[in-house]
Design a protein around this ligand. Structure first.
Ligand SMILES: [Zn+2]
Length: 258
């Protein structure tokens, strides 16, 4: 049994669209998933897609998707968070790889999402790229919400320890399965069991052995297998652990077998 803690079903058209992708995920033992919007329009779309059983939404504005960032957009996201299908605030965060470093609207938008997570008491889903230290710093300054996850972990060990100290959950994506990712697998073994999540980040970062194809939530088992191997446990146990963790973290019913 698997829970894909982070995907973007609105981007999975190449794989046949959300309905097909959700059906294949269920058939592969993925009983729940959280699909995240990255701006106002795709956050609305995430809510629509989350009308399906076992599918939940995150609403927010991604740091590389801030063209429409404005007080009105923020108010709309705030409103969408009142929807019961919205179980998380995000995807939000900081991206210094694509956006060329500090400054601009990223920090302002991230801080506003931190406030929304506290206001709605919903978990904050954080993207970082070349920016995990700055994200931790900003969270420290603002005061972090009760529940937060660093999705697609790729930072080094000191940052991992700092994130764990803030009571963050850590989610691993398909890159943990890449042959070059020995360091990341070592870190995957250091995360306390109760803080561990797995995800696909579909349609990105397709795990081994399906690299080269668009990613979809059914592949979360391959991510889980890589993390299970790193921790020296069975994929079955890892699947149960991370499904239980994700249900508690997002505040959704523990899934039964799909
Ligand atoms: Zn994402």
């Amino acid at each position: 049994m698997w829970f894909d803690s982070h995907c973007h079903l609105h981007l999975c058209d190449e794989a046949g669209g959300p309905t097909d992708v959700i059906g294949r995920a269920r058939a592969a033992g993925v009983s729940a998933m959280v699909t995240l919007g990255t701006d106002v329009a795709t956050s609305r779309r995430a809510l629509e897609i989350a009308s399906a059983d076992g599918v939940y939404a995150g609403v927010g504005m991604h740091p590389t998707d801030l063209e429409g960032w404005s007080p009105a957009a923020l108010a709309t996201i705030d409103g969408l968070l009142g929807d019961r299908r919205a179980v998380a605030v995000g995807e939000t965060g900081l991206d210094f790889h694509h956006n060329g470093g500090r400054g601009g609207r990223q920090e302002e938008a991230f801080a506003a999402h931190i406030d929304l997570a506290k206001k709605h008491d919903k978990p904050l889903v954080i993207h970082t790229r070349d920016s995990v230290g700055e994200a931790i710093e900003l969270l420290g300054g603002e005061g972090s919400p009760r529940r937060l996850v660093f999705h697609c972990w790729s930072g080094h060990e000191a940052h991992l320890r700092a994130a764990l100290e803030m009571d963050a959950h850590i989610s691993f994506a398909g890159n943990v399965s890449f042959s070059s990712a020995g360091d990341l697998r070592r870190l995957a073994a250091l995360v306390p069991g109760e803080r561990l999540l797995v995800e696909t980040d579909s349609p990105f970062l397709t795990p081994v052995p399906n690299r080269g194809k668009p990613n979809e939530p059914r592949n979360v088992a391959h991510v889980g297998q890589a993390v299970a191997d790193a921790r020296g446990v069975s994929a079955h146990l890892l699947g149960e652990l991370t499904t239980r963790n994700a249900s508690a973290f997002f505040g959704v019913p523990a899934p039964t077998s799909p």
